[in-house]
Design a protein around this ligand. Structure first.
Ligand code: GLN
Length: 296
């Protein structure tokens, strides 16, 4: 601690938040105020809403030092979710580590789409490919009574996090987690699923270098790299999903910016019907869904 700071009045929570917001904005954060509030909540050991309640309080030295250290990490690019070890998605709190992509708000559209597709189905067997933190699988398990979910991921360290999240939300008895590449762990489960969901890696390899540094330098490359044109995983999913779906079963995938037409075409070419594009809150095509036609 800087000894000259001892003689100054301790800054208030709100003045530290203001300073940190300016600093984080200058460092390139897209959400500097939110970041500062989440880091303040962490430094104070309280929920984010309590930060407002404490806004006029002076920060004790230990909390101030802790907060400034967290802001410094964020200013050098580390995502807030990795610094504080958790992230909200679908109004649920998820444990995250650098082994998993941090759940994004736009991915909630995939959950919404999946819920609509499943609403008319009596049977609720769901496969989540590349589950990562487990955010999609856990949200679906919470929302769909009686859903039985299989979640796969090639990265074992990610599955550990997904399992912890399923336990934390009391749905671990309804999600089976398997390590392996896409469909490999469910090879024996042909025709078993009423819905297949995935937020696969979809960044074009050449675009990875231009990603924001908090994504590029901190998030798992294996969860981002979609191959030369970003479509590698959609090709595999479109080709292989029909084998694993029940007749009339659905597939729903998150897509990257500008990929709507190409991904829709991949599913149409693979014999899917009712291929639909859903737009996210920013107006971008973000989810493609399709229905497996009954095979003769
Ligand atoms: N939406 C993520 C990003 O833009 C990428 C997620 C993915 O590849 N599935 O950083």
């Amino acid at each position: 601690m800087n000894p000259s700071a001892q003689s100054e009045a301790s800054p208030s929570v709100s003045s530290e938040l203001r300073d940190a917001t300016v600093r984080l904005a200058a460092a390139g954060s897209a959400s500097p105020r939110l970041d500062a509030e989440l880091l303040m909540a962490e430094a104070l050991g309280v929920e984010r809403v309590r930060v407002y309640v404490n806004a006029n309080h002076a920060l004790v030295d230990a909390a101030l030092a802790h907060f400034r250290a967290l802001v410094k990490r964020r200013a050098s690019g580390e995502p807030v979710a990795y610094i504080i070890g958790h992230r909200e998605f679908w109004s649920l709190d998820f444990v995250v580590t650098p082994a998993v992509l941090t759940p994004r708000p736009e991915t909630e559209l995939l959950v919404e789409t999946a819920l609509k597709l499943m609403a008319s189905k009596a049977s609720r067997r769901i496969l989540d490919l590349g589950t990562g933190s487990g955010a999609i699988a856990v949200a679906l398990a919470k929302e769909i009574a009686g859903a039985e979910i299989v979640a796969t991921d090639i990265f074992r360290a990610a599955l550990e996090i997904a399992r912890a999240n399923a336990r934390q939300h009391g749905v671990d008895h309804r999600i089976a987690f398997f390590a392996g590449d896409l469909f490999a762990p469910v090879a024996a489960m042909t025709g078993c699923f009423d819905l297949i969901v995935s937020n696969p890696p979809y960044i074009r390899r050449a675009d990875i270098a231009a990603l924001p540094r908090d994504v590029r330098d901190y998030e798992p490359r294996i969860a981002l790299d979609g191959g030369a044109d970003g479509l590698d995983f959609y090709r595999r999913i479109a080709t292989e999903a029909p084998d694993y779906l029940s007749a009339g079963g659905f597939v729903a995938v998150e897509i990257g910016a500008g990929m709507g037409a190409e991904v829709a075409q991949l599913f149409a070419e693979a014999g899917f019907a009712d291929v639909r594009l859903e737009k996210d809150l920013a107006g971008l095509e973000r989810v493609v869904s399709a229905r497996r036609t009954a095979r003769g």
